[in-house]
Design a protein around this ligand. Sequence first.
Ligand code: 5AD
Ligand code: SF4
Length: 456
Amino acid sequence: MTEARQACLITFGCQMNEYDSGRLGELLSARGWTLTSDRAAADFIFFNTCSIREKAARRVLNHLEQVRPLKKGKPGLIIAVGGCLAEQEGRTLLERAPWLDLVAGPQHLPEIPEILDRMMAGERAGLSLTGAGHRPAWSRENLSALGGPELPRPPAAAGAARRLTASVTIMQGCDNYCAYCVVPYLRGPEMSRPADDILDEAKALLEAGVADLTLLGQNVNSYGRGLAGAPSFPELLVRVAGLGAPRLRFTTSHPKDFTPELIGLFGSLPALCESLHLPVQSGSDRILKAMGRIYDRESYLRLVADLRRARPDLALSTDVIVGFPGESEADFEATLSLVELVGYDSMFSFKYSDRPRTKAADMPGKLPEEEKGRRLSLLQARQKAVTLAKNAAHAGQTLEVLVERISGRRQGQLTGRARNYKLVHFDGPPELIGRTVPVLITEGWAASLRGRLAEA
Ligand code: 5AD
Ligand code: SF4
């Protein structure tokens, strides 16, 4: 081959998708591809897609339109859609966008490099690898191929910063079937990776200099279910911490699966950071029940209290859906009051969106878009004030900051993350990148903190 083949991977959606794209990039690199962010230069364009809300799905179709003309100048160009929208739409996507060559659900990503070889050798394009409307299943081969340990990479360019933060997928799929959520249909049944694979991957990342490690999955605290001999999730955390992880996090967890042991780790495992994403979805018992969330308002609040007892400085974030079918004004008020009661450090909030095949899609009491919009704005305005107050309350504290990069905001400024996952900007020399330094916080803003280097 004269020239390296170039792949452009574009990712939408959650951290799972980010991880999967990273892994696909590694598998392609191992086969001689180079990665590019320039769509026009690419021989292979891959959209790793999300289907959690209708808006996310629509965005992908716009992108597909945009790359269509590139095929005119480069007939050999291969365009593929992967991820959750691919799983949802399957062949339909090929019909809607006939210039597409390949559609592959999340389970099939590891097969892509070989398929590309075949397509480049002239095999017919227009291939769909999905569950075709059935719930897709993970094969053990693909599950392990989608995880590390990292493949050998070409040596980093001189001066390139080492990777400081990384994730390790510990499980795929989801069995919770929350009434609004399409994920169990698209990512298939829960399947945990063997602990040894996870530990090998974590070890390789830590040896490569990663200082902040996140264990990833749709529902991490049910890790090990159905996998003979697997450690429990708390045991897994202890073992990963034992490899010498300076900072350890996990996401996403379900409130119903918090055991006293896991709560206790927030007080006893120093590597486990004081930040937790704990999706609540609604503050109304009636709506929580309709959503099939298992917990109620009171047990959720009790969990928050227990977690804060274990780690008083725990920074909490959450997900909230407004306008779930049948949500009354009183239900929405209950959400507002829960949000005020908990005092989240940050929040992701969404208007309910109908998703194919979900229970909620068939429920009565759908709310008009404008009403959902009104509730969302109200909720977001309330939360903004809380976030600001929470961030401002850090003023005067000295936080340990892992310095990630030069800040784009101002000359001489660096940006890093505190253990509570908040972004911190402060003045300092670039040599500090990659180090963990104490920063005295002077101000808290809506999305970040500002401080100055403190004496070590
Ligand atoms: N509509 C709106 N938001 C949704 N989420 C999941 N499904 C839907 C839906 N149908 C939100 C939930 C979840 C987050 C990842 O996305 O809050 O926690
Ligand atoms: Fe989107 Fe859910 Fe798929 Fe992640 S798992 S890409 S959030 S639909």
